[in-house]
Design a protein around this ligand. Sequence first.
Ligand code: GDP
Ligand code: IMO
Ligand code: MG
Length: 424
Amino acid sequence: MNHIIIGAHWGDEGKGKIIDILAEKSDIIVRYQGGNNAGHTVKIENQTYVLHLIPSGILHPKKICVIGNGVVLDPEAFFEEVKMLHGKGIKVDGRLFVSDAAHLLLPYHRLLDQLKEENSHQDHKIGTTKRGIGPCYADKMARLGIRVADLRNVNSLKVRLGVVLEEKNQALRKLYNHPGLSFDEIYSGLLKIRKRLLQFSISTSNYLYEASKKKKNLLFEGAQGTMLDVDHGTYPFVTSSNASVGGAITGSGVSPTLIDRVIGVVKAYTTRVGEGPFPTQFPPKLMEQIQKQGNEYGSTTGRPRRCGWFDGVITKHAVRINGLNEMVVMKLDVLSGLPEVKIATGYRLGGKILKDYPTSTDEFSRCKPIYESMPGWKEDISSATRWKDLPVNARRYLQRLERLLETPIKIVSVGSKRSQTIFL
Ligand code: GDP
Ligand code: IMO
Ligand code: MG
């Protein structure tokens, strides 16, 4: 069986934990979009791992991991992560492969991302992770990218980098009054990592095709979330890749006809890090409480995540866009102790009532949620392992989400550890 895991909100839904759990029954785990803007946390006993580029399945010693062509790969970040894993006794050689068609994220991408963020007017800042993701994908589309396969021939690499860097340096000088970056430094940096990176590189599309012919189980690990998707999210406050289901196809070179199920991951509430509208955002006091209870600080940048009530409108949008077959609800434990829990089932915009996500970000920013309120539960549920261990009001909350989303909930998570998981 081949499964795609998708974040159905604005990222950080808890995909890492679920990938780690589902990896048990998979053979190959595939990252297909985004880059090291992602931060996927997995807790195994007392160890915490945060994966940015390497699939979360790597923590299972026998599983194969693939970084697909749709990922933008910062070689420095990649080797740092390999080093971190080695330091924790996790070997990657022979079971981690990188697509030779993946684009390299280079120092000028990072610098341009940082300068653009710092020089933008507050209203136009995206609140990016400053990892260079946007500029790297922009180069890919502008046909100015450098791919892993380009490392094979140093002569053509040198020429290509020269042409590209000249353009980047002009932009740096003209737009930001920056002196520009040194060709020699970037080129020698690439020569240093070239051979090692090429050892990881293969045609991952061919590899996955052959594996699926042999009935290997593929698990596709989405990064970010549907509302950060460049086409279907809250544009321009999005990331620069397709975080929704299409990204899994183009970003891996695996045909949609080989996919069996698409699984959406949500939190029992909603969070967002970075700029952009967020209709169900909590008032300050409740925000602080949930940030604390849910430890809502970014895994990549450490920034506090904004928190709010479960937004049924954007989640239904994600169900439709991705064709979600089932849902996973994370962090239900964080809502324990609240006298009431709310779900947004629509928005009010001026005199109108909206049931669907309005494409215009201007309109979205003016939407006022229409809430359904339900009684909360007091009990600590972090050791629940079965449906019947949950308080009746927690069960009612989940049942209401299921009815609203018209999609079955198959897994509920009540803590960050593997054992704190309820399978339904
Ligand atoms: P991802 O980017 O979707 O993989 O999510 P992150 O790893 O960025 O953020 C999810 C955070 O929630 C991590 O710190 C997890 O350890 C933690 N987490 C995951 N599931 C649960 C849960 O059910 N309850 C609690 N309290 N924490 C959880
Ligand atoms: P995971 O995979 C949450 C957000 C940034 C910013 C916007 C654009 O851990 O769920 P970028 O650096 O991508 O150009 O930033 O996207 N963002 C994420 N938010 N989780 C992520 O990844 C994110 N990756 C990017 O905060 O608002
Ligand atoms: Mg994350």
